[in-house]
Design a protein around this ligand. Sequence first.
Ligand code: SF4
Ligand code: SF4
Length: 134
Amino acid sequence: MERKFVIHFPKTLVDKPIMSDLVKRYSLDFNILKAYVTPEEEGTLVLALQGTEENVDTAVKDLKEMGARIQSISSDIRMVRELCTDCTACIPLCPVDALYRDKEDFSVHFDAEKCIACGLCIKACPTKALVFTI
Ligand code: SF4
Ligand code: SF4
């Protein structure tokens, strides 16, 4: 199974090899969708974790005990192409570049694999072309 999370690491944990230790210990695979350090020096990692449900849960529990804050990403977003006017208002808001402009015809596209369902684009879209599916 795969689950996506946003993990916020406090300053004291930013340079520790926490994720590599956890994936080894619980036989997980992971795919980093986005990683950045905030001005307050908090590390933020958006990632997809793959493994058994029990192992993913245990890894998340360990992270919380170490002081990380975890947001689970459980919703999905979909673009209703017919409603999109290619206005681009959503593109700069997306923290993981899941919304982008086609280089040839300049139409706006949505990459569901990158999306972390933060919902920022939904509020910005004037035509309601971006929607939560659950
Ligand atoms: S919900 Fe919208 S803004 Fe947020 S990651 Fe997905 S596409 Fe980007
Ligand atoms: S804000 Fe809405 S209408 Fe504008 S490009 Fe994005 S999805 Fe399309």
